[in-house]
Ligand binder design. Sequence first.
Ligand SMILES: Nc1ncnc2c1ncn2[C@@H]1O[C@H](COP(=O)(O)OP(=O)(O)O)[C@@H](O)[C@H]1O
Ligand SMILES: [Mg+2]
Length: 292
Amino acid sequence: MTTGDQPTPYFFAERTARTEHTEGTDPFEYVVIDDPDDGQRFTRYWDLEPLMRGPQPPPRWLVTDRAAVETDLGILKTGKEADVFLLERAVPGTDDLVVLAAKRYRSTDHRNFHRNADYTEGRRTRDSREARAIAKKTAFGRQAAAGQWAWAEWESLCRCWEAGIPVPYPVQIDGTEILMELVTVDGEAAPRLATTRPSPELLAEWFRQLTEAMTALADRGLAHGDLSPYNILAAGERLVIIDLPQMVDIVANPQGADFLMRDCRNVCSWFARRGLDVDEHELFGRLMASCF
Ligand SMILES: Nc1ncnc2c1ncn2[C@@H]1O[C@H](COP(=O)(O)OP(=O)(O)O)[C@@H](O)[C@H]1O
Ligand SMILES: [Mg+2]
């Protein structure tokens, strides 16, 4: 199946069905052994540029076999500008299997392309054709914008992962799709912090973990930029931070401090409502101090 001119950036693009030589036949005659069904594709992991694969070496649980087939298991959450799917990556005929989160940015008119001028201030598009297309909101421009947000999230994920900040392991980026570790608890996708009711001890422990992560970001001059109990997952005792396309530079971005303050407020007001004695201004002051 050659689909070189198909618009889809993934799903078999530039990929021909793999073949295997069958014994006793003409050596030039091959048979297709695993033509994937609908909703399946061969993994593109090794077809991608090194920078589009996550930090090496990958964790042991990641399936990286070239023969792996990826199967869409359905949607986990839909959002305004991206949808998150469950994606199984497995090697046929073996027990090698992993379920990943696939975040796919939509190339619809983006929520926030205007609002997001705040976030992207100082960031430049290298490609002026892309920049013009984004400004004009052509179909190509919308696709390019989606790709830029995906790329921004990818870079933030890799940077945080390498700094030891608790984020899902970034597996790969391919156009507008990011594959990452699926954060689970008891075999299910982990709940968002917003829906949890922790004991006082766990509440205090989570706040400690979260401020430690925010401090590690601030040490690097960074703020999440959209931190809230909806972008934090509770994986049992452990918190994991997600949704990072808008990470901001606290000092270089003229509104960096405002974003940091908002992150502090969102987080502290949730913890305060659950009964922990925390102060957003105190946290903000501490984080500002650690970024200089
Ligand atoms: N790596 C992940 N593991 C488990 N659940 C995830 C993961 N990434 C996203 N989700 C779920 O999908 C939802 C939307 O993802 P998010 O990155 O926050 O995108 P959005 O921009 O739509 O808010 C999250 O609130 C969470 O419930
Ligand atoms: Mg989110």
